[in-house]
Design a binder for this molecule. Structure first.
Ligand code: 5GP
Ligand code: MN
Length: 348
C-alpha cells in the first residue's frame, strides 16, 4: 500500500467534476517533456476509458523523439491551431493543467485558458503553484507529475481503468523526471508504483531505449561538438557552461529535442556541481541548468534568467544576445560560490 498524501477535499471535488463531465481538455507546459506528455496522454487515455471525450492540447509541437508515445499523434498543437484550441478550452466541462504551476508556462495558450470559464484542475509537482485552478493538487515532493497522477487515479478509484498503454505513459514520465531512476528516486514508493505499472504490462526496456538511448545522427554530432569545443569548465567555482549559437545549431541540422540531455553531461565530472546550457533561439536564449546536491539552480534561474523549476533541474528564458547571457552567467560564478555551495553536502 502507498501512503495517502492527497487532500480528500480536492479528491471529492474532482470526483464531482468528473461525474458530470462529457468533454475534457488536458494541457501541459511548453516544450513538453516525457513527464508532461506522459501524464497528459495517460490521463487522456483513462478519461476516454471512462467514456469522456478527452483531448490533449500542447502550447507548441511535440519533439520528434517523443512522437512514439501512444496518442502523441492526436495531440492538438495549440500554437498551430489556436482557434480550435480556444474552442476546445471553452467547450470543455473540465480543464486539466498538468506538470506546470503557472499560466505563463503555457505561453500563448494562457489567453485561451484564462478565457475559458470551465472548472480547472491542477495536478503538478513544481514549487509555488499560482492560484488559477479550482482544484489544486500540488505535491513538489513527488519526483514526477506522472507519479502524482497515478496516486490521483487510485484515489478516484480508477486504478482498473489504467490499461497497458496508460501504464506505459505513466512509467515514461516517472523515468524521464528521475533520469531513469538515477536521481530524485530514493522514495521506496516509487518502486511500488513501478511494480504496479509493470504488472499492467508496461514495457520498461522499450521505454529506456526510446527515451534514453535513441538519437538522430545530427543529435549525436551536435552533442559531440558541444562537449569537445564549447564546454567551459570553471574549476574553482565547480561550474560548467556550454553554449550553442543559431549558426552552430543550423550547421549541425539541429531539430527540437536534439540537445535535451546535453546540460546533464558536465555533471559527470566529479568537480562539477552545476551545469548551464545556453541555446540561442529567435529573439531570446533558452537557459537550462542542472546541479547535484544542495545547489539550487531554480533560484539562479528565477533570480537572473526569468524562469524557475526544481532545485536540481531548472530553466528560463533570457531576453538578449547569447554573449550577454553567457557573460551574465560568468559574472555570477563567484557570488554563487559564496551564496550557495554547501560544502558539507557535496563531495567535491
Ligand atoms: P529544461 O532544462 O529541461 O528545459 O527544464 C528543466 C525544468 O526547469 C523543467 O522541468 C521546468 O520545471 C523548469 N523550466 C524550464 N524552463 C523554464 C522556464 O522558462 N520557466 C520556468 N518557470 N521553469 C522552467
Ligand atoms: Mn515534471
Amino acid at each position: 500500500m502507498i501512503k495517502r498524501i492527497i487532500d480528500q477535499k480536492q479528491i471529492a471535488r474532482l470526483k464531482q467534476l468528473l461525474e458530470h463531465a462529457t468533454k475534457a481538455v488536458i494541457t501541459c507546459h511548453i516544450s513538453p517533456d516525457g513527464d508532461a506528455l506522459g501524464s497528459s496522454l495517460a490521463l487522456c487515455r483513462v478519461l476516454m476509458n471512462m467514456g469522456i471525450d478527452a483531448k490533449v492540447i500542447t502550447p507548441d509541437s511535440v519533439s520528434a523523439n517523443l512522437q512514439f508515445l501512444p496518442g502523441a499523434k492526436d495531440i492538438v498543437d495549440g500554437n498551430r491551431y489556436s482557434d480550435y484550441a480556444r474552442t476546445l478550452f471553452c467547450d470543455a466541462d473540465v480543464v486539466f493543467c498538468l506538470d506546470f504551476n503557472a499560466p505563463s508556462r503555457i505561453d500563448r495558450l494562457a489567453t485561451a485558458l484564462n478565457a475559458s470559464k470551465s472548472p480547472k484542475v491542477l495536478i503538478d509537482h513544481h514549487l509555488d503553484p499560482a492560484d488559477f485552478t479550482d482544484v489544486t493538487i500540488s505535491h513538489p515532493e513527488m519526483s514526477s507529475t506522472c507519479m502524482l497522477l497515478f496516486r490521483v487515479l487510485c484515489r478516484l478509484e480508477l486504478f482498473d481503468l489504467i490499461d497497458k498503454t496508460a501504464a506505459e505513459l505513466i512509467l515514461a514520465g516517472m523515468m524521464t523526471d528521475t533520469g531513469n531512476f538515477a536521481y530524485n528516486a530514493s522514495d521506496p514508493e516509487i518502486y511500488i508504483i513501478v511494480s504496479e505499472l509493470l504488472k499492467k504490462g508496461a514495457n520498461k526496456d522499450m521505454l529506456y531505449k526510446r527515451l534514453f538511448n535513441t538519437f538522430s545522427e545530427s543529435s549525436l554530432r551536435i552533442n559531440g561538438y558541444a562537449l569537445a569545443e564549447k564546454m567551459e569548465l570553471f574549476a574553482d567555482e565547480h561550474a560548467a557552461l556550454t553554449t550553442l549559437s543559431r549558426e552552430e545549431l543550423n550547421r549541425f541540422h539541429y531539430s527540437k529535442g536534439d540537445t535535451e540531455a546535453l546540460v546533464n553531461r558536465p555533471l559527470a565530472i566529479p568537480e562539477v556541481v552545476y551545469s548551464c546550457f545556453l541555446r540561442e533561439e529567435d529573439g531570446y536564449v533558452k537557459v537550462s541548468m542542472r546541479s547535484v546536491g544542495d545547489f539550487p539552480v531554480d533560484k539562479l534561474c528565477s533570480e537572473y534568467f526569468g524562469g524557475g523549476g526544481h532545485r536540481n533541474a531548472a530553466g528560463g528564458e533570457y531576453r538578449g544576445s547569447l554573449d550577454q547571457c553567457a557573460e551574465l552567467f560568468r559574472s555570477l560564478l563567484k557570488r554563487n560560490r559564496e551564496l550557495y555551495i554547501d560544502k558539507s553536502s557535496t563531495e567535491i
